[in-house]
Design a binder for this molecule. Structure first.
Ligand code: AHR
Length: 513
């Protein structure tokens, strides 16, 4: 006889009131660290239609473009105030040889993108094109170097090509290729996922190679990028530990990757749309693991790097589902729903809570790949719920984090497992306003949140909400506005400010005095 079952049932019934009443308190008197705007970074890899078609159509295309970069996509991205773009990979970075991507485009070699779909890579987008995109977007560049199949010389020469203001042959070659002044490389990564596609290394071996390669990375004074060591993933903190001890000299950050898989099983990850509630729940549960991963890695950094020189750079994260049926499995194309918006917001709230160390993150990826902002099909383009979440959270870029307490939260529980019902984050924006972000993770239960802002008179809140009836609500080319943010406001009454928060919703509001 299974004695456990009735207990679980009773627990599940007790834990699901129709309406949750929660209290959220923001303390404006104890400002915390600044939320680095680079937490809102993006990743663009030579993968599927992430760059070719999604962003780059070439100057001859009928799709309106600026020197090859499509105007519709770039225009939408500009509205996100993207602070930083990582390129050219990912796994692709450790197979990328930068010299293939310079000079006249019709003379560039055509390679096979062996990692992603085995398709032809004609190198139409190379260093100059990438920096053109960076400058059009008004963003900064995070260039990821090839440690896996390159050499220290090749890596050093790429950095010299990009940053030298001298009369060296490489700097002159850059000028001949159309760029007089050096490119600004804000971040430079030495390899990617060295534990896997980047070379299947042990952390100690990578640490040696990292130090070796880093020794030869030289730039003119003032042009040195922040250098990123390629770290670990998931629950293992070994890479953070080894690298923060063995590869910390001159290093600005250690990277970390974690993807949300609904099932946690790489062979059957779960569908992007049409999923059951059990996979809504497991997706939230898997996403919330990020909190634990960040906390444990930060504890390792605090031990090995008490001066806090090193950042913890989550330079790949997001949902990873089974690919859309009928598409190239190597292209990692998936639909993007309200569930992705909730996942993005939960991750933001976690990153804000660790703003001191989490100084940069990149969602994977910007267009058409995994948890994308934008989906294109030839000349058509649509904005995803994830895009809308990024836009709603713009006030948190470079804002000063504020402590938030969530009291009386009613957990969202399924089969004896629980996640927080409400996730909250707050910050003092650069505009001087207090901003609050709230996520209701429950797919059917609304909440009433009493919002208290310590030592501030509050008359109400105003901002935006993203929600929908269906868990997998998403935009299509036929209905591109099926899910989009709506205005949201609430007024205080009798000294109390109560926010009605529908099920499965993301809300970002500023507090009105
Ligand atoms: O984002 C897709 C891939 O996921 C990246 O290329 C790689 O770094 C990670 O495994």
């Amino acid at each position: 006889m299974n004695l456990l079952k009735p207990t679980i049932l009773a627990f599940a019934l007790a834990a699901v009131p129709a309406f949750a009443q929660v209290s959220v308190t923001v303390d404006t008197t104890k400002p915390g660290p600044v939320i680095n705007r680079n937490v809102y970074g993006q990743f663009a890899e030579h993968l599927g239609t992430g760059i070719y078609e999604g962003l780059w159509v070439g100057p001859q295309s009928k799709i309106p473009n600026t020197r090859g970069w499509r105007n519709d996509v770039v225009g939408a991205l500009k509205e996100l105030k993207v602070p930083l773009v990582r390129w050219p990979g990912g796994c692709f970075a450790d197979e990328y040889h930068w010299r293939d991507g310079i000079g006249p485009r019709n003379k560039r070699p055509v390679k096979v993108n062996t990692h992603w779909g085995g398709v032809a890579e004609d190198n139409a987008v190379g260093t100059h094109e990438f920096f053109d995109l960076v400058e059009i977007l008004g963003t900064e560049a995070y260039v990821n170097g090839n440690l896996g199949s390159g050499t220290p010389q090749e890596m050093a020469e790429w950095l010299e090509y990009m940053t030298s203001d001298s009369k060296s042959t490489l700097a002159e070659q850059r000028r001949k290729n159309g760029r007089d002044k050096p490119f600004k490389v804000a971040y430079f990564g030495i390899g990617n996922e060295a534990w896997g596609c980047g070379g299947n290394m042990k952390p100690e071996y990578y640490a040696n190679l990292y130090n070796h390669y880093a020794t030869f990375l030289k730039t003119p004074p003032g042009a040195r990028p922040k250098i990123i060591a390629s770290g670990g993933h998931g629950e293992d903190t070994t890479w953070t530990d080894v690298l923060s001890r063995e590869a910390a000299k001159g290093t600005d950050g250690i990277s970390f990757h974690y993807y949300t898989l609904p099932t946690g099983d790489w062979d059957k990850k779960g569908a992007a749309t049409g999923f059951p509630e059990s996979e809504w729940f497991s997706t939230i549960k898997q996403t919330m693991r990020m909190e634990d991963f960040v906390r444990r890695n930060v504890a390792v950094l605090d031990k090995n790097d008490p001066q806090k020189k090193l950042g913890f750079m989550v330079d790949e994260w997001g949902t990873w589902y089974d690919v859309e049926p009928g598409t190239n499995p190597g292209f990692l194309f998936q639909r993007n729903t309200l569930r992705d918006a909730v996942v993005a917001a939960l991750n933001f709230n976690i990153f804000h809570a660790h703003a001191e160390r989490v100084r940069m993150t990149m969602i994977a990826q910007m267009v058409n790949v995994l948890q994308a902002m934008i989906i294109t099909d030839k000349e058509k383009m649509l904005l995803t719920p994830t895009y809308h979440t990024y836009k709603m959270y713009i006030p948190f870029q470079d804002a000063t984090s504020l402590p938030v307490a969530v009291d009386n939260d009613v957990a969202y529980s399924v089969n004896g497992k629980s996640v927080p019902g409400i996730s909250a984050s707050a910050a003092k924006g650069k505009d001087g306003k207090t901003w609050v972000a709230l996520v209701n993770t429950h797919p059917t239960r609304a909440s009433e949140i009493q919002l208290n802002v310590a030592s501030q008179n509050v008359s109400g809140v105003s901002g935006q909400i993203l929600t929908a009836d269906a868990m997998d609500a998403h935009n299509t080319f036929d209905k591109p506005q099926a899910i989009k943010p709506a205005a949201y406001s609430a007024k205080a009454a009798n000294g109390k400010l109560t926010l009605k928060v529908p099920a499965k919703a993301v809300i970002v509001v500023s507090v009105d005095a």
